[in-house]
Design a protein around this ligand. Structure first.
Ligand code: SF4
Length: 401
């Protein structure tokens, strides 16, 4: 099947810390609860990454809260690897001690869920294309920009959605910059966004200031996410800081209007959508290259759009961004979306800015396309050992703090 669904699926407002471990399961449980409103108890069995890092990500807590006041038992199945997706859960409804319904659900990344039998979220494709090359050819033929392509196929109402998203992104930055203290979970990680924002040195160069501010904004969102506060998936919770940090910094610096930011967000959404459709935006499926790598590609494309660069330069910026995240593993310590996740958002935000600079100089000497790199990201992700895909079994996750 060709084509792509709405970019609204990329941007979701919800509580952190993990789109696949909290937002996805929460949405699945809400649907299952509505379908079984006569049940007097529920059970959720978590498999794969949901079982192995579900405690750190708060999956159990969010499921219990969603079913409340009806009780829900949680079972963590750490041993059964014979599952169709690394984020699999089985939901069971009971009445008077008898099972009345059961379903298997996959949390496939970015808060998006797929039910094995019911498929209530199988959405219509709104775009006729699913490769950047085809989209670029269409846009060049009609002399339109990428954001105008989004408007053409999504309809004008998508702008209202994007406006709400930008407001929520700015709110998460603002809240994060005001927040202080220790993140929950037991690692005793200090919130640093406020300190970064305020620690100006007397002889600070413009470049150092840029890095510090961009990082402060990325830390702000990453810390809000880790604290279970409201953020926007872009394309996931764990990678939610990259895109807003780069856009907010440039809006503050150069006075871009909200309207111009909406255009950038539409283009970024298109890039995230291409990656979701042709590869993955799930750390459990393809590692952190699929989360922070995708976020960096989205941020690079957004900035290139903001700077009014050509479609070829936008493509190259996104390609550079994702290419240099290839192979990046997902190995959060204690299954918490804190180390390395928060800092990684800041590094990716700086990298997005560099990718745009490089693309504007070197775009006409490139040899490979964004479609190639997205395809490679998927292949690399599938080759990665599951120990490096949000199971907290290897890499940094082995460090005992
Ligand atoms: S390491 Fe990357 S993919 Fe894994 S939880 Fe952290 S941000 Fe998400």
């Amino acid at each position: 099947m060709s084509g792509m669904t709405s970019i609204k699926e990329i941007y979701k407002i919800g509580r952190g810390p993990s789109s696949s471990h909290t937002i996805g399961p929460e949405r699945a449980c809400k649907i299952f609860k509505e379908q079984n409103n006569d049940a007097d108890s529920f059970k959720a069995i978590l498999f794969g990454s949901l079982a192995k890092t579900g405690k750190g990500h708060g999956t159990d807590t969010v499921i219990v809260k969603t079913f409340e006041p009806t009780p829900c038992e949680i079972e963590f199945n750490m041993t059964d690897d014979n599952i169709p997706h690394p984020n699999t859960m089985v939901l069971v409804a009971f009445k008077d001690g008898k099972e009345i319904a059961q379903t298997r659900v996959f949390s496939v990344g970015g808060g998006y869920i797929e039910f094995e039998n019911m498929s209530p979220e199988r959405l219509e494709n709104v775009y006729p294309h699913d490769k950047f090359t085809d989209i670029a050819a269409y846009c060049k033929d009609k002399s339109i920009k990428l954001w105008q392509y989004v408007l053409e196929f999504e309809g004008a109402e998508v702008k209202q959605h994007i406006a709400t998203i930008w407001d929520a992104m700015k709110r998460s930055i603002k809240n994060g910059l005001e927040d202080e203290g220790i993140l929950p979970g037991g690692l005793e990680v200090q919130k640093k966004a406020k300190t970064l924002f305020n620690s100006q040195h007397i002889d600070e160069s413009p470049e150092t200031r840029q890095n510090r501010m961009v990082c402060a904004y990325a830390f702000a969102v990453g810390e809000q996410n880790a604290a279970g506060e409201t953020i926007v998936t872009a394309p996931t919770c764990g990678a939610a800081g990259v895109l807003p940090a780069t856009l907010f910094y440039h809006q503050q610096k150069s006075g871009f209007t909200d309207e111009e930011i909406y255009h950038a967000l539409m283009t970024a959404g298109l890039i995230g959508n291409l990656i979701k459709t042709n590869a993955s935006i799930s750390g459990a499926e393809c590692g952190c290259q699929a989360e922070v790598g995708s976020a960096c590609a989205m941020a690079s494309a957004a900035l290139a759009e903001l700077f009014d660069l050509t479609i070829d330069k936008i493509e190259y910026a996104a390609e550079i961004a994702i290419e240099h995240h290839l192979g990046l593993t997902c190995d959060p310590i204690c299954g918490l979306v804190q180390i390395p996740c928060i800092e990684r958002n800041a590094v990716a935000a700086m990298r997005a800015i560099n990718a745009v600079n490089l693309s504007s100089f070197l775009w006409n000497s490139r040899k490979i396309s964004l479609d190639h790199v997205i395809h490679t990201m998927k292949e690399t992700g599938l080759d990665l050992s599951s120990r490096y895909k949000e199971t907290s079994e290897a890499g940094l996750a082995k460090i005992k703090l």
